[in-house]
Design a protein around this ligand. Sequence first.
Ligand SMILES: [Fe+2]
Length: 257
Amino acid sequence: MGYIKSAALEETGYVVLDRYNQELDPKEWLEIEYVDWKSSGETRFAPLASAKGEIEVNGFWNHEPPRTDKDGVWIPSQVEKAPNLTRRAQEPGANVGRCRVIELQPTPYGETLYNLHQDDNNRLNPDGTGWVVRGFFNLTDDKDSFFVLRENRTDPSVEYRIALPAGAQLIVDTQRLWHAATHIGDEPRYCLITSWESGPELDAYIEKYNGKSRVPNVELSQEELDAGQAEQERRLAARAAYYAAKGKAEATAMSEA
Ligand SMILES: [Fe+2]
């Protein structure tokens, strides 16, 4: 039967929506409660919706009973502090799974390439229902930062680099595309990440905000690109050597974000 997917994401695996006027909203992400959760860089997370409405960010499949990344339970104490973020996550009217703000410490490009990973949003997702994709709403004004997306983790031939100013809005099939963020600056980056079920509601939302499946890549020099690729190779080799020395099979995937 297959999953219900968005035609808008078919070509590249992402869409960029119209920019949101972030400056009008209070900085709600500074008020909510964070938990330590290592994922693709130095990170913490503040959940707005979780598996059971508790302040934790584990995959829904790690709870009892295990389930896919849908039907997230809103956390009253967090929603109360972040009504605008909650409203934005609920605006499409699509089913929401996990919804949380990520705090990411500065991360250079080469480290980002090492951090590239695919998500596991559709584990236990019943066939014939909507494929789970993710919304990324950049909250801080990270003018020099960008999201990196690849079809293949180690192959630079297909790489999208999407700018992350305040109000940048992306929807990404994060189970298809390898992804991580390069964050340039001295302060942490904050971004609202929401798992949405694909379907007519999400399609209408993408159309309403003029989703574009291609935007110009953030420019990097050939030297920066080459240095980043070399750093990814170096880190992957070091990691493989570490696990080989420990006599363990290397984990096949980075931690799920
Ligand atoms: Fe992720």
